[in-house]
Design a protein around this ligand. Structure first.
Ligand code: FMN
Ligand code: ATP
Length: 153
């Protein structure tokens, strides 16, 4: 992944924003965040509030704990719990050069680009790549939880 500093003022750090639920952490998250970090200079991760995760089962791990775990990952410069209502509030505050979407994230990149334009925010929207390890892994929080239920439930 090459960096995209087009949106950053000369001499300033290019901030990249990544985001997600990060319920049960796994190597796919690490890969996503490494990809995102490589797109700029400083990686800020917005951790979804549990109440905002409506497109799948609500996370089992509380938001503050999910945030703390993401903040401890090597590629991450800062992790914060997202805004309770307006997902673009942190974007307006951070003014990133890039928003990095996950390879399979349900967001529509064009819709995000349009929303950013409506708010006068100059920021690239890019997608990270999928993690393809050379081992049979459990690269999904949901699959990890399902495995636990099958084997320990
Ligand atoms: C540009 C952008 C900004 C976001 N900002 C917030 C936010 O402020 N608050 C929040 O709870 N979630 C925020 N989210 C996360 C979404 O709420 C959504 O739940 C999250 O993308 C879940 O993705 P996942 O299914 O890949 O974990 C944001 C997502 C995007 C793409
Ligand atoms: N295997 C993977 N390879 C690359 N990126 C991944 C992988 N798994 C998750 N991600 C990325 O991590 C971010 C956060 O994903 P999320 O928190 O929804 O985890 P998840 O494992 O995808 O959850 P679930 O599988 O339960 O929906 C998303 O942008 C997603 O695209």
């Amino acid at each position: 992944m090459t960096g995209d500093r087009s949106g950053a003022a000369p001499g300033s750090e290019a901030v990249v924003v990544a985001q997600g639920t990060f319920d049960i952490l796994h190597p796919g998250h690490l890969h996503y965040l490494r990809d995102a970090k490589a797109m700029g200079d400083r990686l800020v991760v917005i951790v979804a509030r549990s109440t905002n995760v409506t497109h799948k089962a609500s996370p089992v791990v509380p938001g503050p704990q999910r945030r703390e775990m993401v903040a401890g990952l090597d590629p991450v410069d800062e992790a914060r719990l997202g805004h309770p209502e307006d997902i673009f509030a942190p974007i307006e505050e951070l003014d990133p050069a890039v928003i990095a979407l996950g390879y399979d994230q349900h967001h529509d990149a064009e819709a995000i680009r349009a929303a950013l334009a409506d708010r006068g925010i100059d920021c690239a929207v890019r997608r990270a790549t999928a993690h393809e390890p050379d081992y049979e892994g459990l690269l999904s929080s949901g699959q990890i939880i399902d495995r636990v239920l099958d084997e320990r439930g």
